[in-house]
Write a protein that binds this ligand. Structure first.
Ligand code: SF4
Length: 74
């Protein structure tokens, strides 16, 4: 399992609903149509990374907890 932190930049999210469609155990849409993280390891690592890469505005930020390096967006 990846040791990372997943966050959604809510000021950047445009509410396209892609991330909960790709990784529904990790993301959900709030009532105000902004995505939020419900479980940082809800889906497997590849699925979560794919969700982040699917975001059209790069609002999903993944940071490695060991190195503090940003893994996504690159
Ligand atoms: S994919 Fe990006 S823009 Fe779309 S809902 Fe998720 S965080 Fe928001």
């Amino acid at each position: 399992m990846a040791n990372w932190t997943v966050t959604v930049d809510e000021s950047t999210c445009i509410g396209c609903q892609t991330c909960p469609e790709v990784a529904p155990k990790t993301f959900r849409m709030r009532q105000d149509s902004i995505a939020e993280v419900i479980q940082p390891y809800g889906d497997d690592s590849d699925t979560i990374m794919r969700a982040a890469q699917s975001c059209p505005v790069d609002a999903i930020v993944i940071t490695d907890n060991d190195s503090s390096q940003k893994l996504w967006p690159e």
